[in-house]
Design a protein around this ligand. Sequence first.
Ligand code: GRF
Length: 215
Amino acid sequence: MQTESSKIQPVRLGILLSGRGSNFLAIARSIQEGRLPGVQIAVVLSNVAEAGGIAAARELGLPTGVFVSKGRKRAEHDAAVTACLREHKVDLVILAGYMRLLSPEFIAAFPDRILNIHPSLLPAFPGLDAQTQAFEYGAKVAGCTVHFVDEHLDHGCIVLQRAIPVLESDDAHSLAERILVEEHLAYSEAIARVASGEYAIEGRRYVRLPAEKTR
Ligand code: GRF
C-alpha cells in the first residue's frame, strides 16, 4: 500500500512567456494527451499583458499571472516572479518565448531548474532572430535546442536538440515555421527527460542515466 508520504509527487511547471505561446500550448497538449505523466502546469506567467499565450492559458482554466516588466527594475520584477513561482510550488521553470533576460538572483533561486528553448542549434546563432541568422548565414542544417539556463545568454547545458535540413526552397519564414514544428516536439521530450530525474550534469554535459543510478 502506498502511504501519503511515499506517493510520487508530480513535477510542477511554471511557464514564463511573452508572446503567442505556441510552445506552452504544445506542452499543455502533451500533458492533456497523457504524454507527460507526472507533470502538471502549476502556473503560467507573462511579462506582457497582451500576450496571446496568457489569454490561451486563461481559456484552459490554468492559474495565470501578469507581471509587467516594462519600466520596472530587473531585480524587482524577478523577485515578484520568483515569489509567485514559489507560491505555486513550482519545481521546474519553463521559458517558452520569454523575451526577457533573467537576473542572477532569479537563476540562483532555481539552480538547474530552468529550461529554455532556442530556435537554433546552439552554440550557433544565439540571441534574437536565430532562424533568420541561420538562413542568412547559409547554414545547411538548422533546428532547435532545449537547454538549462545559466547566467549567459542561450548558453547552459544542452538537454536535447532536433535538427532539420535547410531546403533550397526555404526562406527565413518557412525555415522558422519548420523549426517551430520541431520545437513543439523537443520541449515536451526534454521536460519528460528532466522530470524523470534520470540524468546527471557532468561539466556542461547532460548525461542520461539508467533509472537505478539516480536513486
Ligand atoms: C520560439 O521560437 C522559441 O524558440 C523562442 O521564442 C519563440 C516563442 O514562440 N524562444 P511561442 O511563443 O512559443 O509560439
